[in-house]
Design a protein around this ligand. Structure first.
Ligand code: AHM
Ligand code: MG
Length: 334
């Protein structure tokens, strides 16, 4: 039998030899991974547990909240609350960040997460996921402030996601490449299945919600038309795929090559996706995998969010197409 490299061993191996490595960070990563296993089980059992469907409430974004959203959010918070190394947690589902019980003043790390991305797909058995990022606090010994979360994405020390699909995968980076693990439900462990993930440099997939075309600004329309015209050899085999779960669209494009774009438009002038909870972690992952992420004007990782729930245009995938999008932003009037 071939030797299986589990996520816990991988985390341990990756940190060996790192100067100042205390084991705290490994513990934190392992806790995040374990929390996603619990969410994965909840997602798998959703229909059975009668937790599918809406609660009838709206979240801070004014969107309907599904029951699983709440369950995933609570699960992550409970599982990360007793880690002394974690100072505070910020969730897409909560208006403010929450200090942890164990590390509220001394904890060196802050975690931001979207507990269940793609929640409109829960009721219909379509892939959804959890997205997270970890940053180090500048100052310890005092309670965290919202400002501590609002640095540019370039300050993130680890980012990743779990995607709950035909199998559950955990993909993460600590700044030296991207590795993907598949959950073996028999042993309950994430096992290395996609070492050193690099996005292929081909635009196999274009992921945009073309139904929104009428509300797109001119540069976005010009960009999409450029690719859809298929005049260039590079786009002859490009196809369209749009799941409506960012994390699943991203995961597919990371493996196949391609671009995902959710632009600001006439209805959402700030964009829909959240900088802190969605754009920053995926931007770190794609850059580590050889791709790029932009808001059309600048690198996502250079933007400082104005608040926990700040939104942005997200254009993410192959460098070539990200630069093409930026070209149309520069050269076309809105
Ligand atoms: P969510 O975090 O509430 O699930 O919302 C974000 C989702 C993304 O996963 C997805 O890319 C996008 O919203 C889909 O939006 P639309 O239906 O407008 O295309
Ligand atoms: Mg989301």
């Amino acid at each position: 039998m071939a030797e299986l490299l589990t996520l816990s061993r991988h985390i341990l191996q990756s940190s060996q030899g790192h100067e100042g490595a205390t084991g705290d960070f490994n513990l934190l990563m392992s806790h995040i991974a374990t929390a996603t296993k619990v969410v994965s089980r909840q997602v798998a059992k959703a229909g059975l547990l009668n937790v599918v469907g809406k609660t009838g409430e709206t979240n801070v974004q004014g969107e309907e909240v599904t029951k699983l959203d709440i369950i995933a959010n609570e699960t992550l918070k409970i599982m990360l609350d007793d880690l002394p190394v974690v100072c505070a947690l910020a969730s897409e589902e909560d208006e403010s960040f929450v200090p942890t019980r164990a590390g509220r003043t001394e904890g060196r790390y802050l975690i931001a997460f979207d507990p269940l991305d793609g929640s409109s797909n829960i009721d219909v058995n379509v892939s959804i996921g959890t997205i997270f990022s970890v940053r180090r606090r500048v100052k310890v010994g005092v309670p965290a402030t919202e400002q501590d979360f609002l640095g540019p994405g370039s300050e993130i020390v680890a980012a990743g996601y779990a995607v709950y699909g035909s199998s559950t995968m955990f993909v993460y980076t600590t700044g030296s490449g991207v590795d993907g693990f598949t959950l073996d439900p028999g042993v309950g462990e994430y096992v290395l299945s996609h070492p050193n993930m690099v996005q292929p440099d081909r635009c196999k997939v274009l992921s945009m919600n073309h139904v929104h075309r009428a509300r797109w600004f001119a540069p976005t329309r010009a960009f999409a038309d450029h690719i859809l015209a298929r005049d260039e050899e590079r786009y002859v085999h490009t196809t369209g795929r749009y799941i409506g779960s960012l994390v699943a669209d991203f995961h597919r494009n990371l493996i196949y090559g391609g671009l995902f774009a959710y632009p600001a438009d006439k209805t959402c002038p700030e964009g829909k996706l959240r900088l802190l909870f969605e754009a920053q972690p995926l931007a770190m992952l794609i850059e580590e995998a050889g791709g790029a992420a932009s808001d059309g004007r600048q690198r996502i990782l250079d933007i400082e969010p104005e608040g926990l729930h700040a939104r942005a245009t997200l254009v993410i995938g192959n460098k070539h197409e990200v630069e093409l999008y930026e070209h149309y932003e520069r050269t076309h009037e809105q």
